[in-house]
Design a protein around this ligand. Structure first.
Ligand code: HEC
Ligand code: HEC
Ligand code: HEC
Ligand code: HEC
Length: 126
């Protein structure tokens, strides 16, 4: 009886953490696009963990970068922020708009490495 109560108490205690982990990058299947009011395309496929593992990307700041005075900061990363926190609807100087930021980041690397999708329908899969 006591053991049962302890298990229930533990489950209650852990519940918020279990719910939180649903929103972690491990479970990510596509990029959260809630910032786009009227999306024209289906959500782009991006299985965060699996993608970065097969692509062999070691550094988080390959995508989650930090710039200071227009210079990339080598050892810092911004994974606690969303791309949309910095990239707005329009270009601002060297800082591309959000859509461009995604496309340049994703397609740019795929083109450079000659690996990974570059056609619209390969990322925005129906
Ligand atoms: C390498 C993957 C990739 C390719 C290829 C790609 N996109 Fe995207 N695109 C994204 C990501 C990531 C986003 C941001 C998240 C989202 O909307 O799913 C995005 C967002 C968008 C958006 C803004 C959201 C919306 O649906 O309105 C449009 C429009 C768009 N893409 C059009 C295109 C078109 C047109 C092409 C082909 C010329 C294309 N994309 C090719 C990855 C890609
Ligand atoms: C190939 C690009 C890329 C790499 C490399 C990458 N990420 Fe991400 N990550 C993304 C994108 C895109 C998002 C979605 C950002 C957004 O919604 O604005 C994201 C989201 C996240 C989130 C938020 C998850 C959520 O659901 O809100 C965390 C945490 C995260 N990444 C951690 C990491 C860590 C840690 C590493 C390195 C081990 C890493 N990322 C490497 C592209 C990348
Ligand atoms: C903390 C703010 C910040 C966050 C978060 C951020 N960026 Fe940026 N990004 C910048 C700034 C500032 C620049 C302009 C750099 C310069 O001056 O050349 C930039 C430039 C870029 C560029 C063009 C130059 C380059 O590096 O290729 C791309 C593409 C880009 N960001 C994609 C992304 C993506 C994708 C995400 C999310 C995974 C993201 N950014 C998150 C601040 C940010
Ligand atoms: C630094 C390089 C790099 C960046 C940045 C990058 N990718 Fe990739 N991506 C790759 C490589 C390399 C592959 C091929 C992996 C393999 O060998 O199958 C790939 C494969 C893919 C695939 C097909 C395989 C799979 O995982 O489903 C998709 C979809 C994809 N990328 C989407 C994206 C999106 C969306 C973004 C931007 C948010 C992105 N990639 C950013 C390097 C990158």
């Amino acid at each position: 009886m006591k053991k049962g109560m302890t298990i229930i108490a533990c489950a209650f205690f852990l519940l918020p953490f279990m719910l939180l982990s649903v929103h972690s990058q491990e479970d990510m299947e596509s990029v959260d696009r809630s910032v786009f009011d009227n999306p024209q395309r289906p959500a782009a496929v991006f299985k965060h963990e699996a993608h970065n593992e097969t692509a062999g990307i070691e550094e988080c700041n390959e995508c989650h970068h930090v710039y200071e005075d227009g210079k990339l900061v080598e050892d810092e990363s911004s994974e606690d922020q969303r791309c949309a926190d910095c990239h707005g609807p329009e270009d601002q100087g060297n800082q591309p708009s959000l859509v461009k930021a995604f496309h340049v980041n994703c397609k740019g690397c795929h083109k450079k490495q000659k690996k990974g999708p570059i056609m619209c329908g390969e990322c925005h899969v129906r």
